[in-house]
Design a protein around this ligand. Structure first.
Ligand code: ZN
Length: 426
């Protein structure tokens, strides 16, 4: 005889659940702040609209009994006390700033799913052993101020607080001025190195912003890590000349090697599947006249890969291709301008996401994040993992960005289970 084991269904029934309608209502309410005519959101970092969104978050968190603190870069932390409040917090969160033509879910979902987790625990009368925190990271999008993922970057020490505060927008307004103008500059230290508390675990729920989950018909993505990135500025210099009198053999056409390198970028990424990515997103041709042979071409290259070795292979191959195309009078320079190392997430936390999905009876698959997220920086300071849910047609950074309420609810339940497992029941 075998002992009777609880069925997966019975185990799931013993777990608290989020309220999906309430999560959806909060998403729609927050989306009204900065709502665009096309159904999206424009709520740029540290604008008055961003302040209004943060105020709404703060009100909701306080209604749940949380204390809210702000650090020197404007990151917000809503805290639900634990039975042993001296333990490091189990945290979650994301961002509520958006792109100029952004959607309702990018970032906002991770923040409000975190709030819903706290609300569900309140409903269930459950106390955790460790405290829980929901973070709102400042200026994740980077569309008003560079660097992107600014709040989490300062927190993790990717760059200094002073560097971030000095960044200016297109009008010359600095982050420091915008923080003061919107009342978002807090007194708590912003960087872990300056005493900001470390988390014992950090989970971030996010819409996938890509098509993999939807394509596979899977509800939950357990994100095993984020792709590393190398960005380049490439310049090809030849010589302008008249399109008519200059014979083909005597030209120093800068666009021709550029076109071959664009092709090469694509081939190099295709040779590094499943995770290699290669994109040329900007290309400028000078002088840009239909009857002048181009004398100069500038373009960007964005390489992504799960491993540093893979990034290095793509780097070497691109440089080799450029060297083979260059000749006297036709010069090619390649300058690397951005590097993000690949960031694997914590295996135990990724497993907590898988288990959270299985406990809730949800389909789950491992995925990688091709985009940067606050979790990628936080992972430098604490064990971290992410939970992806599908978004419609994989579209994001667009006003038509959409997600199914059932998927958003599912992701929040996985977040609840994973956080509860890490924080422990009191
Ligand atoms: Zn985001």
């Amino acid at each position: 005889m075998h002992a009777t084991l609880p069925t997966p269904h019975a185990a799931a029934a013993a777990l608290p659940h989020v309220n999906g309608d309430r999560l959806w209502q909060r998403l729609m309410t927050l989306a009204r702040i900065g709502a665009t005519d096309k159904g999206g959101v424009c709520r740029l970092a540290l604008t008055d609209l961003d302040r209004q969104g943060r105020a709404l978050f703060t009100t909701w968190a306080q209604e749940l009994g949380c204390s809210v603190r702000t650090d020197a870069i404007g990151n917000l932390f809503a805290r639900r006390a634990g039975a042993d409040d001296s333990l490091p917090a189990v945290a979650t969160g994301s961002h509520i700033d958006t792109q100029p033509t952004g959607g309702k879910f990018d970032g906002n979902y991770g923040v409000l799913a975190g709030l819903e987790v706290l609300h569900a625990l309140n409903d269930a009368g459950l106390r955790t052993r460790a405290p829980l925190e929901v973070c709102v990271w400042t200026n994740e999008e980077g569309s008003r101020f560079v660097p992107v993922m600014m709040g989490s970057g300062v927190y993790a020490g990717a760059f200094s607080l002073a560097h971030a505060l000095a960044a200016t927008d297109a009008q010359g307004i600095s982050v420091q001025q915008a923080l003061q103008a919107t009342g978002q500059a807090g007194s708590a230290p912003a960087a872990v190195a300056d005493g900001a508390p470390r988390f014992s675990a950090y989970f971030e729920a996010h819409i996938e912003q890509g098509p993999v989950l939807e394509e596979a018909g899977i509800t939950i993505g357990a994100v095993t890590g984020a792709l590393g990135q190398r960005w380049y500025d490439v310049q090809v210099t030849g010589m302008e000349a008249h399109a008519g009198p200059t014979p083909m053999a005597l030209r120093r056409d800068a666009l021709l090697p550029a076109a071959r390198l664009v092709q090469r970028v694509n081939e190099l990424a295709l040779a590094e599947q499943p995770h290699g990515r290669g994109t040329v997103g900007q290309l400028s041709v000078f002088p840009g006249s239909r009857n002048t042979i181009p004398g100069r071409v500038r373009f960007t290259v964005d390489f992504r890969h799960a491993s540093d070795e893979g990034l290095a292979r793509m780097d070497h191959a691109l440089r080799a291709a450029a060297a083979a195309l260059a000749r006297p009078g036709l010069e090619i320079t390649i300058e690397q301008v951005v590097y993000f190392p690949p960031q694997p997430f914590d295996p135990a936390l990724v497993d907590a996401v898988r288990q959270g999905a299985q406990q809730a009876g949800l389909s789950v698959m491992d995925v990688v994040s091709g985009a940067g997220h606050d979790a990628v920086y936080v992972a430098r300071t604490a064990p971290a993992a992410m939970i992806f849910v599908p978004c419609k047609d994989g579209i994001s950074h667009n006003e038509i960005e959409d997600a199914q309420p059932a998927h958003l609810t599912a992701g929040a339940n996985v977040l609840l289970h994973a956080m509860l497992a890490r924080a422990g029941r009191a």
